[in-house]
Design a protein around this ligand. Structure first.
Ligand code: EZ4
Ligand code: CO
Length: 419
């Protein structure tokens, strides 16, 4: 991987711009789809940004190709904040997952370029390290409680300090988070959306049983987490929170739909279980009330879906003064480019909580050579200038886009439900 750097930007009092001369979108499917933006400057420096929006990839491709790239050519790549404001304010139509993922990709690529020019990893440009390593949680899942606990023990043996447990709900043909493939979980599994079935009653019975067994068999030292995936009403989530309190979870993730921020107040009135939400948020406006009213404990907004490092740092700073910590989304649809950006972010903010980490396939790792590494429950950024990740365009070209949707979910009577 060519991570070579250019000499420093300043020459006495003369700032040398890095003029953007080319920007292109690369779509590749090394097992799953990824959208990557590559920006090149007149001085031969390039940066990469992730623009993947699972199940709606080509909308972001068009947003970038048709509407963003023409505005980038000729601009100074060093003006990260100004370009961010230009794209956000300048669109008039603000926010939303498509637009904010596109802005995020530009933002990541520009930070990558700035780091390479400075000869420093991006975290150094954002204030330097606040910690040595990034605690991650792994995703243990299984068709039964026994199988889920066996998977959790494997994560513990690998050194994981935090493990999310998801087990199949008895009586349902499939369950969110439970994978056919033992090593990798990818919900966007079909050319048209798979139809899943949901039963809140059956789910609410099995989860407390899973965590009672988990605490008994895994001990008190490991952090345990669980993802509801937005499926409960506030009062159901309150009930589940109370049922799980004795098992001291690190967090309950996405307990209810995230559109109505008031929902969380009701859960809070009933239970002390720590709450996390935000993987689908696009900007601070989606979580401002949750944070300032301290209705959550962890904000899960990510670098790719929430406007890049520039905007995510503002969310984190706002969260910090309200005693809310971060827990960025990190499923497989976040490419190694996003993961590298997330790790630079995670080490450089004071209120980091935890980072989700799902392993990518070997093919994905080969398309996106990167320098971060996992050791003993922590991910570590590398000292490589920039983000420390790249895309092998030739190899990417060998994996053409394949349409893939996330599933949809219905109740037993056929009613459309939240997936
Ligand atoms: O369903 O990333 O915490 N992780 C998750 C993920 C999401 C996918 C959606 O693309 O909830 O598995
Ligand atoms: Co989740």
């Amino acid at each position: 991987m060519d991570m070579s750097t250019k000499p420093a930007v300043s020459r006495g009092d003369v700032a040398i711009p890095q003029k953007i001369v080319d920007a292109r979108v690369i779509v590749t499917c090394p097992g799953r789809n990824f959208v990557t933006l590559k920006i090149v400057t007149d001085q031969g420096v390039h940066g990469v940004g992730d623009a993947t929006l699972n199940g709606r990839e080509l909308a972001v491709v068009s947003y970038l190709r048709d509407h963003v790239i023409p505005c980038l050519i000729g601009r100074d790549a060093h003006r990260i904040e100004d370009i961010w404001q230009y794209l956000y304010r300048g669109a008039y139509w603000r926010g939303g997952p498509v637009g904010m993922s596109a802005i995020a990709a530009v933002d990541m690529a520009l930070w990558d370029i700035k780091g390479k020019v400075a000869g420093l990893p991006v975290y150094q440009l954002m204030g330097g390290r606040c910690r040595d390593g990034v605690m991650v949680y792994g995703h243990a899942n299984g068709e039964s409680i026994d199988a889920t606990l066996a998977a959790a023990k494997e994560y513990a043996a690998l050194g994981y300090k935090a493990i999310r447990l998801q087990c199949a709900v008895p009586g349902l043909p499939s369950t969110y988070g439970v994978s056919k493939d033992k090593l990798f979980y990818e919900p966007a599994d079909a050319d048209l959306p798979t139809e899943n079935l949901w039963s809140t009653e059956a789910y609410m019975r099995v989860v407390p049983e899973l965590f009672a067994r988990a605490r008994a068999e895994l001990g008190d030292d490991v952090h345990l987490l669980h993802d509801v995936h937005h499926r409960l009403t506030p009062i159901e989530a309150a009930r589940l929170g109370k049922d799980l309190e004795a098992y001291r979870l690190f967090w309950l993730e996405d307990a209810v739909v995230a559109e109505n921020q008031e929902n969380f107040r009701l859960i809070r009135q009933h239970t002390t279980i720590p709450l996390a939400v935000g993987e689908i948020f696009s900007s601070i406006w989606d979580c401002k009330d949750l944070i300032q009213n301290q209705l959550i404990d962890y904000i899960r907004a990510t670098v790719v879906h929430a406007g890049g490092l520039t905007h995510l740092r503002k969310i984190a700073a706002f969260a910090d003064i309200h005693n809310v910590r971060t827990g960025c989304h990190g499923a497989t649809d976040l490419s190694p480019v996003s993961m590298a950006a997330a790790l630079n972010f995670d080490v450089s903010i004071p209120n980091f909580g935890i980072q989700e980490y799902m392993r990518h396939t070997d093919a994905t790792d080969a398309v996106f050579p990167h320098a971060y590494r996992f050791e003993d429950g922590y991910l570590h950024v590398n000292e490589t200038p920039g983000l420390g990740v790249d895309i092998d365009e030739d190899l990417a070209g060998e994996f053409p886009y394949r349409r893939a949707y996330l599933p949809v979910n219905r109740l037993r009577d056929g009613t459309m439900y939240h997936w």
